[in-house]
Design a protein around this ligand. Structure first.
Ligand SMILES: NC(=O)c1ccc[n+]([C@@H]2O[C@H](COP(=O)([O-])OP(=O)(O)OC[C@H]3O[C@@H](n4cnc5c(N)ncnc54)[C@H](O)[C@@H]3O)[C@@H](O)[C@H]2O)c1
Length: 302
């Protein structure tokens, strides 16, 4: 399916971390894009950030100056959702991860969209099926789950709610192709594909560390060198934060069963405040943002 960009208007709601990246991706791929937030300062900061990404691209020779200017011109910002949504052919909500906020955004925006518009949610864990009940056409609602940072990460998980139609899936795939992403289709389920795999690998690495199977450094090296993963599972856990990891594992344990039972070492680390990079200490120690060499948690300390 081909998307005729000149007839499209993309409405991105939520000018946070993800909304900024998503608006950049569409504007720089030839789509008229409006970015909406109820905080004026978020909109200004987002627009400045998008300009910076484009200017960096020009400086590095990856983007023509005229193309960067055209992308900036295709992007507008608005704090009035109903007004911004007028005539929109694709709406992507990426506001805070709260069901009631997302449903309210959809209910406000939907009546103003073009007939047949696709409504996408970038939720990480909420139910697409439940979000979709906020609008009269749940068959046009889908999850489009992007990854951070959006301008570098190629994947989009297309998440099907109970009512999502084949046509909505096909059009969403075409949008994703049009912005240079690779999409996969996932039926709505806890952790989708990515969080589920990543939680399992991180948990298993912690079980190995707890059992003294290998040192932290060697477990990470095994996955980097043996499987070409850009980061080891313990390094990644330090980056994500073990508190976040633990809450995802608890949710997956409750919904998917015992294989996601959080390793006691993770619970102990969270209790100790060793959350990872953000507290300067996780599996490894960090000073001035740099990992301290040979600082991996030792089996003797467990
Ligand atoms: N951060 C990630 O790595 C990541 C990855 C994939 C998906 N997500 C999902 O994307 C969504 C956004 O995450 P984020 O990290 O960008 O959050 P964020 O906190 O950086 O941004 C959320 C933005 O939504 C705005 N907002 C809140 N209520 C609003 C409303 N009623 N109308 C308009 N704007 C409103 C806020 O002002 C804020 O600017 C969440 O659902 C999150 O689960 C996040």
């Amino acid at each position: 399916m081909e998307i005729a960009r000149q007839h499209e208007k993309v409405v991105v709601v939520g000018a946070g971390l993800m909304g900024t990246g998503i608006a950049h991706a569409f504007a720089s791929s030839g789509f008229a894009t409006v970015l909406v937030d109820n905080r004026a300062e978020a909109l200004e900061s987002s627009r400045a950030q998008i300009a910076r990404i484009l200017d960096d691209g020009v400086r590095l020779g990856k983007v023509e100056a005229t193309a960067a200017d055209a992308s900036k011109a295709r992007l507008s910002i608005d704090s009035d959702l109903a007004q911004a949504a007028r005539g929109g052919t694709l709406l992507i909500e990426t506001v805070s991860e709260k069901l009631d906020i997302k449903r309210a955004v959809l209910a406000t925006a939907q009546p103003a969209l073009a007939a047949g518009a696709i409504v996408a949610t970038n939720t990480s864990a909420l139910s697409v099926t439940e979000i979709a009940t906020a609008v009269p056409h749940p068959e046009r609602v889908i999850g489009m789950h992007f990854f951070n940072p959006v301008h570098k990460m190629k994947l989009v998980e297309l998440v099907l709610g109970l009512a999502t139609s084949d046509e909505t899936t096909a059009r969403s795939r075409a949008y994703s192709d049009a912005i240079g992403k690779t999409s996969i289709v996932v039926n709505e389920s806890p952790g989708l594909t990515t969080s589920r795999m990543s939680a399992l690998a991180g948990n298993e690495a912690m079980w190995m560390l707890q059992e003294g199977t290998a040192s932290a450094e060697d477990i990470d090296t095994a996955l980097r060198m043996g499987f070409n993963h850009p980061m080891g599972p313990l390094e990644l856990g330090d980056l994500t934060g073990w508190d976040t990891r633990l809450s995802v594992l608890k949710y997956l344990h409750a919904t998917l069963g015992d294989k996601f039972r959080p390793c006691p070492l993770i619970i102990k680390m969270v209790a100790a405040g060793r959350l990872g990079r953000k507290t300067g200490h996780g599996v490894y120690r960090y000073e001035n943002g740099q990992r301290v060499p040979a600082s991996g948690l030792k089996a003797s300390a467990l």
